[in-house]
Design a protein around this ligand. Structure first.
Ligand code: KIV
Ligand code: ZN
Length: 531
């Protein structure tokens, strides 16, 4: 596709351009979720996949079914419940992986199997201990095996950007001959740059004789901060599918961010001459939902979805914006679902306003969780001068957690700290209708409380892998929000808690993580050897 150089955005500009579609393949629930600390539980994954459907992505990569029973169940549930987008599962180039993947995705009306093998010398020699021929044969066998189940087969040459070019072309040609309908070229370690990566895609188009029989896709990691730029260079050289994640989450420095890819294509349609089918007004709610589920915020200056992405601070900018929006604004905030209001509701706001504001923020609550959240909002509005969006989200979250099938519920917490005394805590929790209580000391009040909870819940060998606490909004009356990551055996669970008291918020988060560790559906990080 050629690159147009249309006029810069300005008032009254109208352009009608015939454009080709770029297929958006979302891998937030696979590559994104596989990075440490980003685990979602099954319910969250399904809710997130429903939002991806509203966003209208073309393909949802829902997980890696053979990697764990939890991943398998989530992919299966998404395949059963989320209609519209294609539902894809990942599989190494092994029959058992592909069989397991099919078991999960077959429930979708539009299933896809995505199989991969590494093709770079370092991966083949050191990781796989296989020759070029062996790897090519495995790729062909895997694609043929997958084709027995479905016509919708994607094949990836892992670490493509560090693979000998002619060898990639050989494997790609063989995979297409074997029946792959999408060929994905990953920059697995984020090593490439836009010039080199664009060139690689052009080379594949030039040298692979059957290239027109498959869609060429790219999957770029962000180790050098170039994932989005590399993906855009690839589409200018013939790629028509981009793999990306909301908020750019993913292994290490993450993947190409969906919102940045989509808004580049939309905002500079005059240049790229492409379009996507994404309903961009759901971008911001999707970003917020992910932040809520993972407890990990995006940096304030993050493009498109960061808190400052549409904030104009400098006087000269504010003046320009007031005179003419396009002086400093290249996208309408509303186009990405950014409503801009931060102080939203007060104590006189009704249930309808509450529900519709939450839904703008990507939160859907029903039944008792909605009832409790609304009551909690009224209480908060009585106590706090201003109720911000962040307060509403924290509140809704707390209620969602409180109606989860929690085995252990916090009843009371007492702490004692002071000069010349060892900090101590007493914790009372409810477990299956029974009240359990414990007291003890620790290096700090939280250390004491966490140890007591471990004893009361039989989680002595759980390890605190991460803990952070922050304020939901500004002001001394702000709610505190805590996030705890607990590991036990090969399982990991993220717990969150919110309270006007940060110590209580932390204890709630710890107990939430304990409950999630107890839930069978929690993800088990089963370490499988690589092919
Ligand atoms: O980064 C990568 O190479 C991958 C593949 C499995 C597509 O995630
Ligand atoms: Zn990846």
């Amino acid at each position: 596709a050629g690159a147009g150089h249309g006029p810069p955005p300005g008032p009254g500009r109208r352009n009608v351009i015939m454009t080709e579609k770029i297929i958006i393949f979302d891998t937030t629930l696979r590559d994104g979720e596989q990075s440490p600390g980003f685990s979602l539980n099954m319910k969250e994954k399904i809710e997130f996949a429903q939002l991806l459907k509203r966003l209208n992505v073309d393909i949802i990569e829902a997980g890696f079914p053979i990697s764990s029973p939890g991943d398998f169940e989530s992919v299966k549930a998404i395949a059963q419940q989320v209609e519209g987008p294609q539902i894809c599962g990942l599989a190494r180039a092994l029959e058992k992986d592909i069989d397991r993947c099919w078991e999960a995705v077959q429930h979708s009306k539009r299933p896809r199997i995505h199989t991969f093998i590494a093709t770079s010398q370092v991966h083949m020699e050191k990781k796989l201990k296989k020759t070029q021929k062996e790897v090519r044969d495995l790729a062909v066998q895997a694609v043929k095996h997958a084709r027995q189940y479905t016509e919708n087969v994607e094949f990836s040459t892992e670490d493509a950007s560090r693979t000998e070019r002619d060898y990639i072309c050989e494997v790609v040609e063989a995979a297409i001959d074997a029946g792959a309908t999408t060929i994905n070229i990953p920059d697995t370690v984020g090593y490439s740059n836009p010039w080199e990566f664009g060139d690689l895609i052009a080379y594949i188009f030039e040298k692979v004789s059957n290239v027109s029989q498959a869609v060429i896709s790219v999957h770029c990691h962000n180790d050098l901060g170039l994932a989005v730029a590399n993906s855009l260079a690839a589409i200018r050289n013939g790629a028509r599918q981009v793999e990306c994640t909301i908020n750019g989450i993913g292994e290490r420095a993450g993947n190409a961010s969906l919102e940045e890819i989509v808004m580049n294509i939309k905002t500079r349609q005059d240049f790229f001459q492409f379009h996507t089918d994404v309903n961009t007004e759901h971008i911001y709610p999707a970003s917020r939902m992910l932040t809520r589920f993972t407890g990990i915020s995006v940096q304030p200056n993050k493009a498109i979805v960061g808190a400052n992405a549409f904030a104009h601070e400098a006087g000269i900018h504010q003046d320009g914006i007031l005179k003419e929006r396009t002086t400093y604004e290249i996208m309408r905030p509303a186009a990405v679902g950014w409503t801009g209001s931060s102080m939203v509701l007060g104590k006189h706001s009704g249930r309808h306003a509450f529900v519709s504001r939450l839904s703008e923020l990507g939160v859907t609550l029903e039944g008792p969780a909605l009832e409790n959240a609304f009551n909690a909002f009224k209480e908060l509005a009585d106590r706090k001068k201003t109720v911000f969006d962040e307060d509403l989200i924290a509140l809704a979250d707390e209620q969602t957690r409180s109606v989860e099938q929690a085995r252990f519920v916090l009843q009371d917490l007492f702490i004692k700290i002071g000069p010349d005394m060892k900090p101590s805590a007493t914790v009372r929790i409810q477990a299956n209708g029974e009240s359990l209580e414990g007291s003890g000391t620790g290096d700090g009040a939280l250390d004491a409380a966490f140890s007591i909870i471990k004893q009361l819940t039989g989680m002595q060998d759980a390890v605190l892998a991460d803990y952070n606490v922050g304020a939901v909004t500004v002001g001394t009356d702000a709610q505190g929000s805590a996030r705890v990551v607990l590991k036990k055996d090969n399982r990991e669970a993220v717990g969150r808690g919110t309270d006007t008291d940060v110590i209580r918020a932390s204890v709630k988060a710890f107990l939430n993580a304990v409950n999630r560790l107890c839930t069978a559906a929690e993800r088990e990080k089963v370490v499988t050897p690589s092919v």
